[in-house]
Ligand binder design. Sequence first.
Ligand code: GDP
Ligand code: CA
Length: 318
Amino acid sequence: MRIVVLAGGIGGARFLRGLKQAAPDAEITVVGNTGDDIHLFGLKVCPDLDTVMYTLGGGINEEQGWGRTDESFTVKEELAAYGVGPEWFGLGDRDFATHIVRTQMLAAGYPLSAVTEALCARWQPGVRLLPMSDDRVETHVAIEVDGERRAVHFQEYWVKLRASVDAKAVVPVGAEAAKPAPGVLEAVAEADVILFPPSNPVVSVGTILAVPGIREAVAAAGAPVVGLSPIVGDAPVRGMADKVLAAVGVESTAAAVALHYGTGLLDGWLVDTVDAGAVADVEAAGIPCRAVPLMMTDADATAAMARAALALAEEVRG
Ligand code: GDP
Ligand code: CA
């Protein structure tokens, strides 16, 4: 079975671990979000790709959900001693090596997809990890400070400001001119199942779908498309997804996110059991929906979520 997953960082990566356990023989292709990418200290950092790679490759800081395990911060401290920031973005010594290798390969002319493959040769994530695009896309967030509107990089909004001010708009800068990375459209077209993990619907899955051709390919795919809600009990399970959902006029409920994706994309939707009341609303909109536990508390609970998604995909397969 060929499964394609459109993934952001932590939510996507943790779900993928459960999916691998639930479907050990499946050929899994991950289309990763690169809208969160940022250049720091002259280095190209791809937080979502790395979170997937480290999580599936056994190198992730489990408690944090991002960054390397057994990390130290000597380089960051030395940079700070020179007064060189930003200090709000946590880059550890081990993590730095990844960004150095990536930047060096990019400078030598390799596209990001080839660089990602090379990095994965070390980590052996057990999935084919593709960036959504080899072209530069950077998510910016429009905010208003003291009555003045300005745009900040997504990481500045998320990590530095902790989404403490309202997002007025979310713009994947460069997306309109970006091309899907090699293999992305083929994987979507040839998939037996397409899954939207409980990743951020706006700045993770939404950004991937903003690359021209990807949304169209998912909508046209022969495979059933099933999503899992990142919103449980009317709030994000972790993080501040409610802030960016509000920016696109979507309520932070499991049903509203399903309707945001809509029948044009979704053939099935899973909500948590606490949101069982939303099932009827989602189905009334034409999207088959089931309520199952959706908290990724451990590997078995996550694998059960993946099995439920695959079961719904079989049920709705046309
Ligand atoms: P990011 O790039 O690291 O922000 O990660 P993603 O976009 O992949 O996922 C973030 C989303 O995952 C957030 O909106 C969370 O609500 C959601 N999430 C995190 N843990 C869980 C969980 O255990 N269950 C569900 N249903 N959603 C989760
Ligand atoms: Ca992310």
